[in-house]
Design a protein around this ligand. Structure first.
Ligand SMILES: Nc1ncnc2c1ncn2[C@@H]1O[C@H](COP(=O)(O)OP(=O)(O)O)[C@@H](O)[C@H]1O
Ligand SMILES: [Mg+2]
Length: 244
């Protein structure tokens, strides 16, 4: 990870992945002006998909959710550069790439300081031809092996001690080769390494949240999902230590 520092901002980046002008890559206008916006997705805000010189990428500006977010949309309290949302997510993604979990490669992250607050952005590898689980399940069932593969990715995440505090089915993508990807690591963290034979509280909480997310979307968006078959398959993928 390289660092670029100017007056009020710090940028962390992987020099092997970005050759575009590092101070401009977080500005959607930079990409629009060059006709290099290749798409967008709507989450809390807009994620822009852009064509960098090296690879297709996803550009996200950090935004707050909830009621507080309506008042202070995209400003966070500053303590240290390394504790900014963007720097933490960049480092977490790097840790997961090294652990061979299917997550987007981090390309660059930025924090800009304004007196006592900061704003943040991140650029990651775009997962090509991928769709999130919610939109897939609105159209079709998934087979047992895909659910096992999802469980396996969650297990790899947990083996790397990463607590995904927002593990829901909007944050799980499946690409055209049926490869499972986990995204959206804002506010997630590495937990202390402990040798335990049963699941720890945070691991159980991640799984519980994921289960609730399936159940919620059955009611809300009528997704095709059945607990006794689909969740069991996911759990079997999670519990299998050797997965083929
Ligand atoms: N690296 C990526 N590759 C492909 N799609 C992505 C990527 N990052 C985000 N997206 C898309 O953008 C949406 C919002 O991004 P996400 O990181 O989940 O932020 P949030 O939920 O906080 O808005 C995702 O649901 C997904 O559809
Ligand atoms: Mg999300």
């Amino acid at each position: 990870m390289k660092t670029f520092t100017s007056h009020k901002q710090v940028i962390w980046y992987d020099e092997a992945l970005i050759t575009d002008s590092i101070e401009q890559v977080f500005d959607p206008e930079y990409w629009h002006a060059q006709g290099k916006v290749i798409g967008s997705a709507q989450g809390r805000g807009t994620t822009w998909f852009v064509q960098t010189e090296q690879l297709p990428a996803a550009l996200r500006h950090y935004r707050r959710g909830g009621l507080f977010g309506k008042l202070v949309k995209d400003h966070y309290w500053f303590t240290q550069w390394h504790k900014t949302r963007s720097c933490e997510e960049f480092q977490l993604l790097q840790h997961l790439v090294e652990a061979d979990v299917n997550v987007p490669k981090p390309i660059a992250a930025r924090a800009i300081k304004h007196t006592v607050c900061y704003q943040a952005d991140i650029l990651t590898q775009k997962i090509e031809g991928a769709e999130d689980l919610v939109s897939i399940l609105q159209k079709k069932h998934l087979d047992k092996s895909t659910y096992q593969a999802i469980g396996h990715q969650v297990r790899l995440l947990h083996n790397a001690n990463v607590n995904h505090t927002d593990l829901n089915i909007h944050n799980i993508l499946i690409d055209k080769d049926n490869k499972v990807w986990i995204i959206d690591f804002d506010k997630c963290r590495i937990e202390p390494n402990r040798v335990e034979h049963s699941l720890t509280a945070w691991q159980r909480a991640n799984l519980k949240r994921l289960l609730r997310s399936f159940q919620k979307e059955v009611k809300k968006r009528n997704i095709r999902w059945q607990k006794h078959t689909d969740w069991s398959a996911l759990e079997s993928g999670y519990n299998q230590s050797i997965f083929i």
